[in-house]
Ligand binder design. Structure first.
Ligand code: SAH
Length: 588
């Protein structure tokens, strides 16, 4: 009978984190071969198997013994911690077999059973530090020349890999980790988050989140894995989290703007992609020398790498998404919705959950690295609530503030969408405000759009407009909310087509709710009231908007919300005549 050799990774060391296949193979075996500590860890699974225990340094003899027993026709299990194929027994077993001229068709049957490696088990205890491109580097120089190991550390550092250091330190090998930290610090900020996990999922488990600068102040030993974050990794509430991507948009008030579904996966939104680099997109202007500098890695002085990074950043700002309306949902949106539902069940959902804790104040190191995340400040600019004219001085200033790297996009909403590459909004914002320009956050907020009141001749209703703006302008809501405010019955700025339409007529107000502002089946709002007393107007609209802010589902547009709740401030939803018309995505 042919013998069998199962090379089993049993995971970090707890029973629950061992796969069923690993348990079965251990129970089915006749002989178990492994390092003493590992045999103890699986003691609960044993039922009279012969145990061959060996000490740490006898790996080769263990492999040879395993092959010998299997060749004698026995069922042999070789156990290895984590995954047997990661600095484990799997390769060694094959080396011994190859030396003996083993063949798959007639030699002993070999099966490698995968397990959870330390990079995964320790990562899970730290939060989500891996997430992006990562590598493992063993600092053990028993079998690998130190010169090669440190070269790999340097290459990983230069390429902004998340790095999991295995075998970081032992009683005798104490200088390797010191040297490794020194090289990493040449490429990454001392504030880079670092996780140190000892004995993951074992009795003496210990989890520490620290920084690259301070990592050596902590206990690091044989049973420790050290995870070094990349330049975008942040710490949030004691957890180490590496974001999925490198771009971050935010608006006034530091509200993070996740890329919309249609903004993702497009070459314009990914100026760093190979496709964008080769194609004729604006991203091609990505400085050729910048790209070379980045790939040259280690030999490039920090200042040059900084400038290369800003080349990347400038290309990113041109990656401006259009106003397409896509119904598809991104993984990020799904995650946000799931969080919101969990909070709602707990009764703690004040508003849909946002990715918090990635603000620049908590993560100053984001700005310090060659591969820093791109900080793009995005906001809307207009000459004023009712004012529609710009002076040439304002235009000149705007051009100056936006500079070469930023962009200005003219939108359908009487405003410019301005994007500036900066992590510090302060100066740009105050200069624009001083020049009399009005700045507003963008995204899922309430925005008031007024007409020009016939060149400011019909100004009677303007105080109500200003009061309304003071109370609800910029308020966070589930989905962008446009409130149109027109100063006469002509309503020539189209208030009745907005989510909420307000029209001043004969010293009183008409109110329209639930316009569908885009799409081929766009329609005006439902006229719910005529002749509202001016003293009641602001309060009524504020209550409606607050209810929408409090009760709408994530991403629920105002017209859908009105249709669902059926009643707002006593105004009832009414069905409009329906035209059957196929909804079309932008660009179709
Ligand atoms: N095959 C194993 C790695 C063996 S090398 C695996 O895939 O995980 C030994 C190194 O692995 C240790 O020095 C430590 O860096 C890491 N390691 C293994 N198990 C660990 C655990 N439970 N907690 C933390 N680190 C661990």
């Amino acid at each position: 009978m042919r013998g069998t050799l199962s090379v089993i990774g049993f995971g970090p060391g707890s029973f629950e984190h061992m796969t069923q296949a690993a348990r079965d193979a251990i129970q089915d075996s006749e002989v178990i071969i492994g390092y003493n500590t590992y045999v103890d860890l699986i003691a609960g699974l044993l039922s009279g198997q012969q145990i061959v225990r060996t000490g740490m340094t006898e790996e080769v003899s263990r492999a040879q013994e395993a092959v010998r027993q299997a060749e004698a026709g026995r069922k042999v299990a070789v156990i290895s911690s984590g995954d047997a194929g990661v600095y484990g027994m799997a390769g060694l077993i094959y080396e011994v077999l190859m030396e003996k001229g083993w063949r798959r068709e007639d030699g002993v049957a070999v099966e490698i059973i995968p397990g959870i490696s330390a990079i995964n088990s320790t990562g899970s205890l730290l939060g989500a530090p891996i997430m992006h491109d990562a590598c493992t580097i063993s600092l053990s120089d028993h079998l690998t020349p130190w010169d090669l190991i440190i070269k790999r550390v340097e290459a990983a550092a230069a390429a902004d890999f998340v790095v999991a250091l295995y075998n970081p330190r032992s009683g005798r090998r104490t200088r390797q980790i010191v040297e490794t930290q020194r090289v990493l610090l040449r490429y990454r900020s001392a504030d880079t988050p670092v996780g140190i996990v000892k004995s993951a999922y074992r009795d003496r488990q210990d989890v520490v989140v620290t920084t690259l600068g301070r990592m050596l102040d902590h206990d690091i030993g044989m049973l420790t894995t050290v995870i070094i974050g990349n330049s975008a990794t942040v710490v949030y509430d004691g957890l180490m989290i590496t974001p999925r991507g490198y771009q971050r948009k935010y608006t006034l008030g530091d509200d993070i703007q996740p890329l919309k579904p249609h903004e993702r996966l497009r070459p314009e939104a990914e100026p760093w992609s190979l496709e964008a680099r080769l194609g004729g997109s604006p991203a091609q202007s990505l400085t050729e020398d910048g790209a070379e500098l980045l790939s040259a890695g280690g030999s490039v002085p920090v200042a040059e790498r900084e400038s290369a990074a800003s080349g990347l950043a400038s290309a990113a700002t041109q990656a401006v998404a259009s106003s397409a309306v896509a119904e598809s949902v991104s993984p990020l949106e799904l995650a946000l919705e799931a969080l919101w539902l969990v909070d709602a069940r707990r009764g703690t959902a004040a508003e849909p959950a946002r990715l918090e804790g990635t603000g620049t104040t908590e993560a100053p190191w984001l700005l310090q690295n060659a591969f820093r995340r791109q900080e793009i400040l995005e906001f809307a600019v207009s000459p004023g609530l009712a004012e529609k004219k710009l002076t040439s001085a304002q235009l000149t200033l705007l051009a100056d503030v936006v500079g070469e790297d930023g962009s200005i996009e003219y939108t359908p909403h009487h405003q410019w969408l301005v994007r500036i590459v900066t992590g510090d909004p302060g100066e740009a914002v105050s200069r624009l405000k001083e020049a009399g320009l009005m700045l507003a956050p963008v995204g899922d907020v309430a925005q008031i759009k007024a007409c020009d009141f016939c060149d400011m001749e019909k100004v009677d209703s303007v105080p109500y407009l200003e009061e309304l703006h003071n109370r609800i302008g910029g308020m966070k809501v589930s989905k962008e909310l446009r409130i149109g405010f027109n100063g006469c019955g002509m309503a020539c700025y189209g208030a009745v087509k907005d989510d909420i339409g307000i029209v001043y007529r004969r010293q009183r107000f008409d109110l329209f709710l639930g316009g569908k502002t885009v799409g081929r089946n766009a329609h005006a709002g439902i006229p719910v009231a005529e002749g509202i007393d001016p003293e009641k107007l602001v309060e009524t609209v504020e209550k409606i908007v607050r209810r929408y802010a409090d009760e709408a589902h994530p991403n629920e547009r105002f017209h859908k919300f009105f249709n669902r709740v059926k009643e707002l401030e006593g105004y009832r939803y009414r069905e409009l005549p329906v035209f059957q018309i196929e909804n079309a995505l932008c660009g179709d």
